[in-house]
Write a protein that binds this ligand. Structure first.
Ligand SMILES: NC(=O)c1ccc[n+]([C@@H]2O[C@H](COP(=O)([O-])OP(=O)(O)OC[C@H]3O[C@@H](n4cnc5c(N)ncnc54)[C@H](OP(=O)(O)O)[C@@H]3O)[C@@H](O)[C@H]2O)c1
Length: 256
């Protein structure tokens, strides 16, 4: 017997999660600490990170916070230096931080564009580069980039966001190819709508009904749906998987 399930074990791994102060990133951070992982959580709001730290530390794992605006590459370099000084390694990078504006394409202004692209695409790339270089020194690592069903489908008002997410899927493939020789696996995770605090404003009434009607399994995604997928993509169980985007979407894309 080979005990294949042991390949899912993440005990004593170190993970960095961006955008961990609320929403999906917060839940993934807590979920990973419950799975035995020491975590480094970052976003701009230190006070929110400290709330997440207090919860995650109840698992007995180490939790470190780092305040950063990932739109600035110099701050990402600062994060890299912090990690090298504190843990010396990162096994798992969850590139979760993102920013979404919902507006007709006619009304998107330069500031909307810059904030979405600099957070969701530029910031994500330079986090891959900075943290990937630490993984390269260790010859192993798992990067998970948060994509979305909108990388392959469309609703009105999400043009720039959809373009960024499609770009992330292809960037994931490109980095997977370049970094496979260094043992770094790069994959994407694409949820359908998740009822996070930032989405609760829009996911109501007729909009919610329309979204649910597009999901064959008939409900929104939950943090638990995503954490199971994160554990798989972070663990040895997925060591032969790279350059893929896993859609955790209740069938949304298949039905589109
Ligand atoms: N919720 C959904 O329905 C859904 C569906 C598909 C995909 N996604 C993707 O999943 C990810 C998380 O979504 P979410 O709904 O959980 O988002 P959210 O609730 O808006 O949280 C975004 C997180 O990113 C951080 N962040 C934003 N700008 C940042 C910056 N410049 N530098 C550092 N951190 C920054 C925020 O913290 P601070 O404000 O403290 O910086 C926050 O922790 C995103 O990539 C999103 O596109 C979400």
């Amino acid at each position: 017997m080979q005990d294949h399930y042991k390949k899912f074990d993440l005990t004593d791994k170190v993970a960095l999660i961006t955008g961990a102060s609320e929403g999906i990133g917060r839940d993934i951070a807590i979920g990973l600490s419950e799975a035995g992982v020491d975590i480094i959580i970052c976003s701009r709001r230190e006070e929110k990170l400290l709330e997440v730290k207090e919860i995650a530390e109840k698992t007995g794992r180490k939790v470190q916070t780092y305040a950063i605006d990932i739109q600035n590459v110099s701050e990402i370099e600062g994060l890299k230096a912090f990690i090298k000084a504190k843990t010396g390694k990162v096994d798992i990078l969850i590139n979760n931080a993102g920013y979404a504006v919902t507006k007709p394409a006619w009304d998107v202004c330069e500031n909307d564009w810059d904030t979405m692209v600099d957070t969701g695409f530029k910031g994500l790339f330079f986090c891959c580069q900075a943290i990937g270089s630490i993984m390269r020194e260790n010859g192993y690592g798992k990067i998970i980039n948060l994509s979305s069903t909108f990388s392959q489908s469309i609703v009105p008002g999400r043009s720039v966001y959809a373009g960024i997410k499609a770009g992330i899927d292809h960037l994931t493939e490109a980095l997977a190819m370049e970094w496979a020789p260094h043992g770094i696996r790069v994959n994407g995770l694409a949820p359908t709508a998740v009822n996070t605090p930032s989405r609760q404003v829009t996911l109501q009434g007729p909009i919610l009904e329309k979204v649910l009607a597009r999901i064959p399994l008939g409900r929104l995604a939950t943090p638990g749906d995503l954490i199971g997928a994160v554990i798989y993509l972070s663990s040895e169980a997925s060591d032969f998987v790279t350059g893929q985007t896993l859609f955790v979407d209740g069938g949304w894309v298949a039905a589109s």
